[in-house]
Design a protein around this ligand. Sequence first.
Ligand code: ATP
Length: 296
Amino acid sequence: MITRKAYAKINLALDVLGKYPNGYHEVKMVMQTINLCDVLRFEEFDCSEEASLEEKIRLIGDGCGELSLGTDNLIFKAAAALESAFPKGKGVEITLEKNIPVAAGMAGGSTDCAATLHGINELFDLRLTDEQLCEKGVKLGADVPYCVVGGTMLAEGIGEKLTKLPDAPELCLVVAKPEMGVSTKYVYEHLDAYDNPPHPDVDGMIKAIEAADKNAVAEKLGNILETVTVPACPEVACIKEILTKQGADGVLMSGSGPTVFSIFFDEAKAAEAVEILRNDSSAKFVCLTNICRGEQ
Ligand code: ATP
């Protein structure tokens, strides 16, 4: 049996530069893995060579709530993308322990997808490189290649062109998500209606990371998608206000939202902010975590 942790991400900076003719948006983002993860277990079983895809790939969930565990789950899709390479007469049973909130802007689906590519690669000793896993992954989601490699990365193109950055400085984070989820598609579609929304300083964020300057990292946080999600989900502004009042050194929405994260240089203040948010109706999910540094 193989166990893999599928880490959530936040965007320290997220800009949208334009739109490709195929409708995809051109992005420029600084991605960062955080210490909040789903756990996936992979176990092989014997089955007939003629077994269907649904018979060869079993998905079992724990704490998955409303999330579908059918063929539309990205874990199933990732396993299906590797099925032709399974050893003859073998299937895989995957158990998902879901801890990352769904439709939250933390790449919960993409990270499970990437963990499945890695997990099956290891389980069946397929010897695929990260590059090959990224090629398979990008067909399943623009954030999947990033989740295959993780760490601190600049993501460009549709999110699949990755450039490794130095590890971001060690930072304590408070992460909070309102009850509602937000669809990534909705947010990107609505962004097009805004005339020249404020662009974050992504290059400034890269410089801050290269200089290992945590004050500058906190200062350069920026996400163009707040333009759409904040009016659509008033709890985002509410959570941001609470965190700022509690002394956060930087506060930002992650991805398309509605999850908000904040940087605290003072861990005691962060713990207090968690307590306040746990007793506030604006946030349904609250956790104290930090940035993941080095290899996952
Ligand atoms: P991103 O930050 O990459 O935009 P997100 O955090 O906003 O992603 P996800 O949690 O990945 O959103 O969920 C987006 C949709 O993907 C959900 O509505 C869900 O139906 C679908 N999905 C499929 N498989 C999974 C999975 N294993 N975990 C979470 N969502 C999944």
